[in-house]
Design a protein around this ligand. Structure first.
Ligand code: SF4
Length: 413
């Protein structure tokens, strides 16, 4: 089936060319109760939320994203994503200021070095929509925007001085809210570092302001390839005609894309919704990558779901949805414990040399291990151990003579 994607409608008092101008979208985004009331009728709970919870976390939403909300449905999933409500102020069963433990894993401002081979570089704290479930409320939306020159240089120096870092994830905030000139500066500085192989950009702009994706932007992304774009669609209604055109342009320009969705109460916590989003994204050449359990950041209790519900959704989709369309269900262990994946468990028994499984549609069988005496390591593994040790110790090793771009097998002939 080929999908039909719906176009959004600008209000009658808005010129079509303004509607498709991402800077106009940012300029016209409501940021408070008074401005929002020009767009939508609000419930009492939303008014309370807007008046009181913005101290906890900023509010902003693009007119484009507002146009996706069904005005007469108080529980519209997209409304729950974007509009504060009184529930944000309620007592939580668990609540962290910094659920991913990013502050303690930040060796210098703007850099988070949690996993060995990669760092997050927070190049702005600004987003065009402040998602109510955001896990980085300790940083995002605090008017810090692009780093000061000394902060920026310090962050780059940290990356330069740690040769085991081979991947930089541009995050924030939303990096695609920066101008192309700012973005190009960051990308060119990173590409000048010999050991950086992969750059990722995490952005919700294709979802909340797809007009940001234009020929000029993709020219910049192509110039500094390989750049992976991590999109952040949460619901199939976010995949509009405009969003689909943005994704097509990126895919046609050779930008690989992967989607990270967050499982949210009353938004997408049903297998029918998850599969609908994943299939549409796959069709548009975006690989559904993660289905994240919502982190217990402040004010998110009403949006969180029990882990068991996510496991049930994964189990329901297993065997019915192409492996290409299946995301990996993952929870970040609160307080900075790192990610753990939560795949359905089909194992029913195990013992020395065997495991027993009952598959998704009822087939049961043992998997018997081969004779362990025949196991041997690959004859050339030692060639790659030097780089592997550098990566595993990336946080500790400051300078190294190992050059990751040299092929260790080059002199084997
Ligand atoms: S776009 Fe990302 S960083 Fe910004 S508010 Fe949403 S989840 Fe948080």
């Amino acid at each position: 089936m080929k999908f039909q994607f719906r176009a959004t409608q600008a209000r009658s008092d808005v010129l079509a060319q303004d509607w498709m101008d991402w800077r106009w979208q940012l300029r016209k985004s409501p940021k408070n109760l008074k401005e929002l009331l020009n767009f939508l009728p609000l419930s009492e709970a939303e008014i309370t939320g807007l008046v009181n919870s913005t101290e906890l976390f900023s509010f902003r939403v693009t007119p484009y994203y507002l146009s996706l909300i069904i005005p007469h449905d108080p529980e519209d999933p997209l409304r729950r994503i974007a509009l504060p409500r009184a529930d944000e102020l309620c007592k939580a069963t668990q609540s962290f200021f910094d659920p991913l433990g990013e502050i303690k894993n930040s060796p210098v401002n703007r850099i988070i070095h949690r996993y060995s081979d990669r760092v997050l570089f927070l190049i702005t704290d600004f987003c065009s929509v402040y998602c109510r479930y955001c896990t980085r409320k300790h940083f995002t939306g605090q008017e810090q925007a692009f780093p000061q020159r000394n902060e920026y240089e310090q962050a780059l120096d940290y990356i330069r001085n740690h040769p085991g870092i081979c991947e930089v994830i541009l995050s924030g905030g939303d990096p695609l809210t920066l101008s192309n000139a700012q973005l190009e500066k960051v990308l060119s500085d990173l590409r000048a570092i010999e050991h950086i192989e992969i750059i990722r950009i995490g952005s919700r702009m294709p979802v909340v302001c797809p007009m940001r994706i234009d020929q000029e932007l993709v020219a910049v992304l192509k110039k500094y390839k390989p750049i992976y774009l991590m999109t952040h669609f949460n619901h199939p209604r976010e995949v509009t005609l405009e969003a689909s055109q943005a994704l097509e342009l990126l895919a046609d320009s050779g930008v690989p894309m992967m989607n990270q969705m967050v499982l949210l109460n009353g938004v997408n916590n049903h297998a029918a919704i998850v599969q609908a989003l994943c299939r549409r994204l796959l069709y548009l050449r975006v690989k559904p990558y993660y289905l994240f359990q919502c982190d217990p950041s402040q004010g998110t209790d009403y949006l969180r779901t029990p882990i068991e519900q996510g496991e049930q959704i994964m189990r329901e989709m297993w065997g019915h949805l192409s492996g290409l369309a299946m995301p990996v269900f993952s929870v970040d262990i609160p307080n900075g414990g790192g990610k753990t994946t939560l795949a359905p468990n089909f194992e029913t028994a195990r013992g020395p040399g065997y495991r027993t499984y009952l598959g998704w549609d009822g087939v049961s069988c043992d998997y018997i291990d081969p004779n362990p005496d025949q196991l041997l390591p690959p004859s050339d593994y030692a060639l790659y151990e030097v780089e592997w040790n550098l990566i595993k110790n990336a946080k500790k090793i400051k300078n190294s003579s190992v050059n990751l771009s040299v092929d260790p097998a080059a002199n084997l002939d």
